[in-house]
Design a protein around this ligand. Structure first.
Ligand SMILES: [Zn+2]
Length: 353
């Protein structure tokens, strides 16, 4: 998402970060493989069902909706619509510096019946002073939100979201990506990224993850259908990365260079090339983004109303569509074996070197 930051939000974000930046105590509870943390608690991964993997709904956007009750009502409406269309889980990739409001997420999940997975991590809107933090400090904060809770709740993150603006990583972004890799290895929680695919940004991200020894199977590179460069996409899929094909409707934007149909056709090409297990579907919809809703009135439903019907029309099988919308998220968001259970503490000790 590309919402402009304002001073108030940055101040709030800084406050939240300061709250979280205390020492992480370790002492993690056992991490259960096959379990996904949602805003309403742990869920067996087999119950995720049809999952939209990259959306922004855990934000109260009070400036748009007037008051919180109104924001809750609007969000619950949208989520119920999506449930009626068959969506069972939404992964929310809104970290602290893009107006995350975890209690809002908990409330709208409870009232709509939509399962929501929340994230820790960092977008690129954090105050500049954050760039002075060490990789170890950032890692600690991510692990804290995974093992203890987000903001001052016990609601735990089920995914780590990190973002880089371009094809080249800034030093600050590189630290955040290294921290994501270390937190993922320590806890078994997967990583999702914001990627500038038109600049082949996934390559620089992959280089950092691989230098940190993170298994590519634990990483999804978001916004991968902002490009139709099949050499770039197939290379990353072959290396084991999951490609977030979450920008179909972004092709409706007047400034977009790739039309939405082309963005969906890339999914078919990847399926045909044997990479059905390396794909996610989503919208990168932003609750309260009024301008965006004018471009795409279908919002969160674009996947079910446009993307999936078009995939069927161009010959992607029902079975492959099910793999992308159900089986891939089930495998990816399950907490992996080898993380947690005290290994987080060991990893944190090792980072002290
Ligand atoms: Zn996003």
């Amino acid at each position: 998402m590309t919402t402009r930051r304002d001073f108030l939000t940055q101040t709030t974000a800084a406050g939240i970060w300061a709250l979280n930046a205390g020492t992480s105590s370790g002492g993690s509870k056992a991490a259960h493989a096959g379990v996904v943390q949602t805003v309403l608690g742990p869920l067996d991964a087999s119950k995720l069902g049809f999952t939209l993997t990259h959306e922004h709904i855990c934000r109260s956007s009070l400036n748009v909706f007037g008051d919180r009750a109104n924001a809750v009502a609007k969000a619950v409406d949208k989520l119920k619509e999506a449930r009626d269309a068959g969506v069972e889980t939404v992964v929310d990739v809104t970290p602290f510096d893009v107006e995350r409001d975890i209690r809002f997420g908990e409330e709208i999940s409870r009232k709509s019946g939509m399962q929501i997975v929340a994230c820790t991590g960092q977008h690129f809107f954090a105050p500049a002073s954050f760039n002075e933090r060490t990789v170890e400090e950032i890692t600690e904060t991510f692990i804290r939100e995974i093992e203890q809770g987000i903001e001052d709740t016990d609601i735990k993150a089920g995914v780590i979201k990190v973002a880089a603006r371009s094809g080249t990583m800034t030093p600050a972004e590189e630290k955040v990506f290294r921290a994501a890799a270390r937190a993922s290895k320590a806890t078994g929680i997967p990583v999702q990224t914001h990627t500038n695919s038109s600049e082949r940004g996934g390559e620089a991200q992959a280089a950092i993850f691989e230098a940190e020894g993170l298994n590519p199977a634990r990483v999804s590179l978001g916004h991968s259908n902002d490009t139709d460069d099949m050499d770039y996409l197939t290379d990353l899929a072959r290396r084991g990365y999951t490609l977030g094909m979450d920008h179909a409707f972004w092709g409706l934007d007047p400034g977009a260079t790739l039309p939405w149909q082309r963005r969906v056709e890339c999914i078919k090409q990847l399926v045909d090339a044997g990479f059905v297990e390396r794909l996610f579907l989503s919208n990168d919809w932003v609750l309260g983004d009024v301008e965006r809703d004018k471009v795409n009135p279908d919002g969160l439903l674009y996947t079910t109303r446009k993307t999936i019907p078009y995939l069927k029309q161009i010959g992607v099988s029902q079975r492959d569509i099910r793999a992308i919308k159900v089986e891939n998220p089930k495998r990816f968001f399950s907490r992996s074996c080898g993380g947690g259970d005290g290994q987080g503490r060991k990893a944190r000790r090792d980072q002290g070197r």
